[in-house]
Each structure stands twice: as C-alpha cells, then as structure tokens.
Design a protein around this ligand. Structure first.
Ligand SMILES: [Zn+2]
Length: 397
C-alpha cells in the first residue's frame, strides 16, 4: 500500500497518484534577542541560555538497539530534548524542521542508511542551514495485515539510531550541538500500535520521542483521522493515551487528527498546560484540505503557546509557486501570530513544491519571507525559535 497518496502527509498512504512523496503555555517566550549564540532548551517551555533540561522521569532501562542513543548515559537519554543549539541572531538563518520522512525511506523503501539521496540528504540539510530535524517513527497503517505493532516502532527507532550513527553531520539531540552539525529529534506518526499497551509510550518519550501523533491517514483504535472515514474524534483509549503523553513530557501532534479529535484534545492539553502542536499542516483557508488547519484551530494552537509547521507538500499548498508558500506562511502568521508558526516541510514524504524542491533551498524561503515584509527576527522565529520553545515544554510537577 505504499507509494502514492493525496491525503496523508505524503505519498505513503496508498491513495491517489499525486506524488506527495507532523512550556509554559501561557507565557510564550522565545530565545533572548541579545547576542547569545547558543540557545539551550530549558524546562517549562522557556528557551534560555542557561536553563538545563529536566529529566522527564526516573531513569529506567529501555531497549536501545542503536549505538548512538544507547551509548548515552541513561540520565542523558531521558533528557534528550535538551540540547544546546546554535541559533544566532544574525548570519545564516538556521532551521528546525518538524517533519522530514527520511526514516521511512530507509526503513521501508530500501534507501541506504547513509541517506545520501533524495531531497533532504544530510548535506542538503547542512546547505539549508538546518540546526535540527525531527525524524518521525512513521508506522504505515497497513504495515501488516491488520495494524502496526509496538515492535515496529522499536524497529524504526533503531533505524533512526543507525542513520545518525552512519552520518557525521547528524548528532543525537543532546549536549552542545556544533554549528556544523544537525541535531536529530524523534517523533511518532501514527501511534495506533500503542493501543495494544498505552503504557509503552513512556519509554519512547524517555528516549526522546517528543511529538506523538496518535493517528495517520486512517482511523485507528486511538482516534479518527483528518482523512478518515468515521469523522470520529479521540476514542476513550485515545484520550487516555494523550493524557499519558503529556504526563510523560511528550506532546500530542494533531497534524493527522480529525477536527473532532482536535476539539477533544483541547481540554486535555489545557489540563497539562501543554502547547498544541501540528508538526506539518497548513491553513485550510488558503488551501481546502482536511489535512490543513482551520483558522479557528490555528488560533487555538496560538492560545496554548503551540506551533503549526508550514508544510511544503504541493498538495497542501495548491500551487508549485514560491509565492504560494509565502502567502500560506503569511496567512498562518496573520491568524496565529508570528510566535506560533514553524516549519514542517514533509521532505522525503513526497513531492515538495517545485520552488523549494529540496532542503538546501530553505534560504530561498527565508529571503522570500523577508521580501514580503517579514523582519529578520520574525523569520528566525518561524525557522527555529518557536519550535525550540515547544520542544522544551515539560509538564508542571
Ligand atoms: Zn504526515
């Protein structure tokens, strides 16, 4: 069922043949605007130059099949969302991209672990001035005859570890990330397998899977999908799952969630003071598509201190022109505010808009946004700093 789609995040959903190849909430703070070159993710959503990350929970053994993460002391591994990233206030604008599907290409589509092909190779990330990338543990709905298993998530996590180990440019998201390296964060896209045992999500979050999307293209045992048939929201188990994610220090990714599910998530997120995050979704007002967000949803995301990631997939933009990307970004900023828009390109998931066909082209987008009237500081927020803020979120304890 792989290979093409029109309504998932990408060409992996088995649908149509359009080749598309996911704090403190009240106080929205961003990295200081002074000359500090290093921004460390701190607790409670604030990005500061001095705060250390707070371990999410007591260390406990977990399967760690890879050399990169498993070689870390456990105390570090549980705080993987606390790197020091180089995010200068001048010079090249660095990017943090909330959705790049390289692990899918490697794990399911036979690409080499060096990942030296495609639109988001590590070299192209470097040329696009990436500071960090979020690699999803994407679990295809039909990976087996029925549904994915939690062991599949472990296997993809191992692939991500191997990817990082095989590439000098990529580093785990711990410690001080050198300016010429790219930190790799982990998310889960389509976490329906965890309906088998929602407690298993804890160990994934402890290992650094921060952003968890309960559902992908099809309804599952946790939630209705944005592109699902039922129109249903979160199931009772799905609500418990989301609570568990927040309690463990993770964040729910609403990018593939149905509108009903989005609405039902709001009180749960509020209970935990958590920002609502859509890692890779555009605005429905500019391109009608169930995978895009309504203006009301964009405003809710802003109210929670969250972020919506600008998606470069042409099907969610409606055009191959750079101007369409700029107009989409401007609309999202106008509705949600400049502190609540980020990047979630969907590179490697499918065909990005021709104007920004690979990761090395991101500086072209930065320039275009500036040309459209956005300040340099605001572009830096959208490219990285807003995402830094949400990645640093921890539940109040
Ligand atoms: Zn997606």
């Amino acid at each position: 069922m792989l290979g093409f789609s029109w309504f998932g995040c990408s060409g992996r959903d088995g649908k149509l043949a359009v080749t598309e190849p996911s704090a403190a909430v009240e106080t929205v703070t961003v990295p200081s605007e002074n000359a500090a070159q290093l921004v460390k993710l701190g607790a409670n959503g604030a990005a500061s130059s001095s705060t250390s990350g707070v371990p999410l929970a007591s260390p406990s053994p977990s399967p760690s099949p890879s050399p990169s993460w498993s070689s870390l002391p456990v105390a570090v591994a549980v705080a993987v969302a606390a790197p020091t990233l180089v995010l200068p206030d001048d010079g090249p604008i660095r990017a943090i991209d909330m959705h790049v599907d390289t692990p899918w290409r490697v794990h399911f589509k036979g690409r080499s672990k060096t990942a030296n092909e495609g639109p988001a190779t590590p070299k192209k990330l470097r040329d696009g001035h990436y500071a960090a990338v979020v690699y999803p543990i994407y679990l295809p709905d039909y990976i087996h005859d029925d549904h994915p298993a939690i062991s599949d998530a472990d296997a993809v996590f191992a692939t991500i570890d191997a990817l990082v180990a095989a590439q000098d440019l990529l580093v785990p998201p711990t410690g001080e990330v050198p300016a010429d390296k790219i930190a790799v964060f982990v998310s889960i896209e389509g976490a329906g397998a965890f309906a088998d045992d929602i407690t298993q999500i804890d160990r994934f979050i402890k290992r650094g899977a921060k952003l968890i999307g309960p559902v992908h293209a099809h309804d599952n045992r946790l939630a209705g999908a944005a592109t699902g048939k039922s129109g249903g929201g979160l199931t009772e188990l799905g609500k418990q799952f989301c609570e568990r994610i927040y309690a463990a220090g993770g964040l729910v990714d609403v990018s593939h969630l149905s509108d009903a599910g989005f609405a039902e998530l709001q009180p749960i997120a509020k209970k935990f003071g958590a920002p609502i995050v859509a890692t890779h979704s555009n605005a429905r007002a500019k391109k009608q598509h169930p995978r895009n967000l309504t203006d009301e949803q964009l405003r809710v995301i802003a109210e929670t201190g969250g972020v919506a990631g600008l998606n470069l997939y042409r099907g969610f933009l409606g055009s191959d022109k750079l101007q369409a990307v700029v107009e989409m970004a401007m609309h999202m900023v106008n509705v949600a505010g400049v502190d609540h828009v980020g990047l979630g390109t969907d590179f490697e998931g499918g065909a990005a808009t021709a104007a920004l066909k690979d990761a090395s082209r991101l500086p072209v987008l930065a320039k275009a946004l500036q040309k459209a009237g956005m300040s340099d500081a605001d572009v830096r927020k959208i490219f990285a700093k807003n995402v830094v803020r949400v990645l640093a979120w921890q539940p109040n304890r």
